[in-house]
Design a protein around this ligand. Structure first.
Ligand code: TPW
Ligand code: MG
Length: 583
């Protein structure tokens, strides 16, 4: 077997099911071997940011490694933002980059795609990956591949492999299997005991689940733990969609002042807040009315567990969950907790569907509602669509049909997603890069076979929406909802008088057929319901809903988010009224 085949086998055994990429001459031998060996299918895109986002989403959606293959220099540099996002949001993304062969590097000539030195690219990726190797020594290649790929999985962050172009066909030995890291048993036991003791002492414990739970494939085990501990469960903003289909006391998503006040109160007043795999960042926490005192929380993150002034190092979250499950099985403890949780939970609104509660007052019903007279109903249907209507229409669609995963970009579409009943959601909620949604939806469908709903703003669509032109070739048929508000609305909410946030109104619906899909223009609520039904019923081609929103009309969650940020940034604590045009 050659180096490429060994590498592909190692990727496959660590969960990779495909490779996303764009070739170049330094990567041609690698791509040739990928295609010839047929060990993993190759999906090419139009632009490297899309390659990175699709590979990132594939890893998030199915677990295991995501793989992005690019050429040296121009290709790899185009991938930087996506890899940075994967680093920030804890995604095990493997970058495979072609490179000049050793004899070319020694020629003394400047090589095309070279920046400052031949190592500039390596040094840049050093900052945004947890391990790297240059596969220029065939003897050492197998152990390097094992070490780097295992680092991606154990630390759930990106890694970088550089493959000089004279290497892919070289015969290569098998990649060794690394023994699993076993944490120190005493430390693990002490940590689990202290954690449970702290929870038991708490009068108002709350479990907040975050992205690590999905990254390490722990959803069902965490659901079981939540049932045994019987304490209320919320997700972080980034963790939205976690446990959506589990039978646990899921209360909703914590959004501070931008979310349900009762839920925020419960989290912020908790005297035993267990943050399980939560990224402690501004989008998850900055908008809290009362600063959460992290000294009184239990924070399980990045292989460490912090409680008060105690830190337990090298306690992997998976091992910790197992240790907690072992201890939390006594029926007595469960009963006591169940009584306590029932008492805590009763005052809240009842779950909408057994999959979590609506965080907000119910959105305006679309074409339903007792006591609505026919005339009023017709007028409502003729009304122009708002982001809140999009959430309501999607809720109605998803209640009627089987669940579908969501892939969202950053923008008001992501805040609107908070009003959609919890479903699998993949989004750059922390790193917040635009351009993620469309390629992520494609990566999700390739990796899982599930048809996604993609939520994307017009600004973000202008960046990477064109990747939809590749959907047909791959057998992808996402339903794409473009929030077409002729602007960078999220920014306009903060800067209402600026003209630089204006965009021209693009006719995305007309462009869809040119890319192999169907386009639907949506002006009114009636248009929205009809177009969604048609899109849902049509398989085999991507379906684009070009939803014409009035500029300045934003989701209730974004309006509250903007108000909360402004309140926090003003010394007198009063809102300015910006972002109040909520719909
Ligand atoms: C790669 C900064 C954050 S949100 C936003 C910008 C420019 C506007 C998004 O406009 P869109 O959605 O997509 O039309 P909406 O609902 O607000 O109208 N460049 C990158 N990422 C980010 N986050 C920005 C700029 C930004
Ligand atoms: Mg916009």
């Amino acid at each position: 077997m050659n180096l490429t085949e060994r590498l592909l086998q190692a990727l496959k055994s660590r969960g990779a099911t495909e490779i996303f990429g764009i070739p170049g001459d330094f990567a041609l031998p690698l791509f040739r071997q990928i295609e010839r060996s047929a060990l993993l299918p190759l999906y090419t895109l139009s632009h490297e940011p899309g390659v990175g986002f699709a590979a990132d989403a594939a890893a998030r959606a199915r677990g295991g490694l995501g793989v992005a293959a690019v050429t040296y220099g121009a290709g790899a540099f185009n991938l930087v933002n996506a890899v940075a996002g994967a680093y920030a949001e804890r995604v095990p993304l493997v970058v495979l980059s072609g490179a000049p062969a050793a004899h070319e590097a020694a020629s003394g000539l400047l090589l095309h795609h070279q920046v400052k030195s031949l190592d500039s690219q390596w040094r840049l990726f050093e900052e945004i990956t947890v391990d790297r190797a240059r596969l220029n020594d065939i003897e050492r290649a197998p152990e390097c591949i094992a070490r780097v790929l295992d680092a991606a999985l154990t630390r759930s962050r990106p890694v970088y492999l550089e493959i000089p172009r004279d290497m892919p066909e070289r015969p290569c030995a098998a990649v060794p299997v690394t023994p699993r890291f076993i944490p120190d048993a005493e430390r693990l036991a002490a940590c689990a005991d202290e954690l449970l003791a702290r929870l038991a002492r708490a009068a108002r414990p709350v479990l907040m689940v975050g992205v690590e739970v999905r990254r390490y494939g722990l959803e069902s085990r965490v659901a079981e733990l939540a049932r045994r501990l019987a304490i209320p469960v919320v997700t972080s903003f980034m963790g939205r969609g976690l446990l959506a289909y589990a039978d646990v006391p899921l209360v909703g998503t914590y959004l501070g002042q931008a979310g349900d006040p009762a839920l925020s109160e419960r989290v912020e007043r908790s005297d035993g807040l267990l943050l399980l795999g939560v990224i402690v960042c501004d989008t998850n926490f900055a908008v809290s009315a009362r600063r959460i005192d992290l000294r009184n929380t239990i924070h399980v993150f990045d292989g460490n567990v912090m409680m008060g002034h105690h830190v337990y190092h090298e306690v992997p979250i998976a091992a910790l969950i197992d240790a907690l499950l072992e201890r939390a099985c006594s029926a007595k403890a469960t009963q006591a907790r169940a009584a306590c949780a029932a008492a805590t939970l009763t005052p809240g609104p009842s779950p909408a569907s057994g999959r979590g509660e609506e965080l907000l007052p119910s959105p305006t019903p679309v074409g339903e509602g007792p006591g609505v007279r026919a005339g009023a109903q017709a007028a409502a249907q003729a009304a122009l669509v708002t982001p809140r209507d999009i959430a309501a229409a999607l809720n109605a669609l998803l209640r009627e049909h089987a669940p579908m995963p969501l892939a969202s970009d950053i923008g008001d579409c992501l805040f609107t997603a908070m009003d959609i009943e919890p479903a699998t959601l993949i989004a750059p909620g922390y790193y917040a890069t635009m351009g993620y949604g469309v390629p992520a939806g494609l990566g999700l469908q390739v990796a899982t076979g599930q048809r996604p709903i993609i939520l994307v703003g017009d600004g973000a669509f202008q960046m990477t929406g064109w990747e939809l032109g590749n959907a047909g070739r791959w057998g992808c048929d996402p339903i794409v909802l473009v929030f077409n508000n002729a602007g960078w609305e999220m920014l306009r909410a903060f800067e209402p008088s600026a003209r630089f946030n204006d965009l021209s109104r693009w006719d995305f619906a007309s462009m869809a057929p040119g890319m192999g899909g169907d386009g639907h223009v949506v002006h009114t609520r009636a248009d929205l319901v009809a177009a969604l039904a048609r899109a849902h019923a049509t398989r085999g081609r991507f379906q684009l809903l070009d939803i014409r929103l009035a500029p300045g009309v934003v989701s209730p969650t974004l309006a509250r988010f903007v108000q909360a940020i402004e309140r926090l940034s003003r010394p007198d604590g009063k809102p300015t009224g910006a972002g109040s045009g909520s719909g």
